[in-house]
Design a protein around this ligand. Sequence first.
Ligand SMILES: O[C@H]1[C@H](O)[C@@H](O)[C@H](O)[C@@H](O)[C@H]1O
Ligand SMILES: [Fe+2]
Ligand SMILES: [Fe+2]
Length: 326
Amino acid sequence: MAPGAIFEEPNVAENFNDHRDGLALEATSDAIDNVNVLKAAVKVKQGTATQEEKDIYAQSAFDSEKDKTQFRQYEEACDRVKNFYREQHEKQTVAYNLRARNHFHGKTRAEMTIWEAMEKLNTLIDESDPDTSLSQIDHLLQSAEAIRRDGKPRWFQLVGLIHDLGKLLFFYDAQGQWDVVGDTFPVGCAFDKRIIYPDTFKNNPDYNDEIYSTEHGIYVPGCGLDNVMLSWGHDEYLYHIMKDQSTIPDEGLAMIRYHSFYPWHKENAYRWMMNEKDHKMLDAVRAFNPYDLYSKSDDIPKVEDLKEYYLGIIDEYIGKDKKIKW
Ligand SMILES: O[C@H]1[C@H](O)[C@@H](O)[C@H](O)[C@@H](O)[C@H]1O
Ligand SMILES: [Fe+2]
Ligand SMILES: [Fe+2]
């Protein structure tokens, strides 16, 4: 989908075109009036679109509500988290990433609806996360509910609901949790100091590689994040699936693909990679982040009370009964 397409109103535009064609044939004053009404309608719709844009980027309720210093305290984190990142930082190499992508494109792992996937994922407890030991369905609903409370668009709520579903990988091709969860970072160029636990890359075979250890490595400045290999895991996996099997707008797809890329969206690292599109997408990813992170201390949602509502949203952009090819 073209960037910005979410804000277009195809039905209004189509009606307008029908009328314009009619007008060319008849050119009655009635037709002219109708066209003017339609033109006004198009304007109002565009006004609504701008409002939607404001809604996406307006501050979240969390901005004043939460003590943010309580989250992502990696220095104080338990050994489970530290060991997780040591392993991940040693094993995410260019060679592994090429293999993982090949694998991914080579087959379908399962066929399930979105809701079935949420239920399946529920047994996974994320070893990389210092902030929650809740099940994944609780985390997904907490994120979606926070987005909904703030009155954000329905596709944004959907992104909250599904953003971590890529962790399903754990039950299929994964070698452990290290290639599924945790923050992400580019491979193929030097590991930035702003990645958490930056010293744990020393035993990664790419760390001393002649090319991969240089600042830009295999990339050129301005190449755009779409052309960068981010460490393989749940973001990248779900992005590819939703890009092909949903109508989620580009901003939503970027939220899915980059939500774990904290070195970029939080620490401002790797800015040299960005192209014009990435600047727009960065705003969207940043708008999403508080809902992912700070909803972790909210009340635990009641799954059964919320199911109907979210099935309605899933249906709009994906299909509630559609068996997704995972
Ligand atoms: O531990 C968390 C968790 O795995 C999240 O799903 C991921 O998006 C975050 O980046 C990571 O810090
Ligand atoms: Fe995540
Ligand atoms: Fe999350």
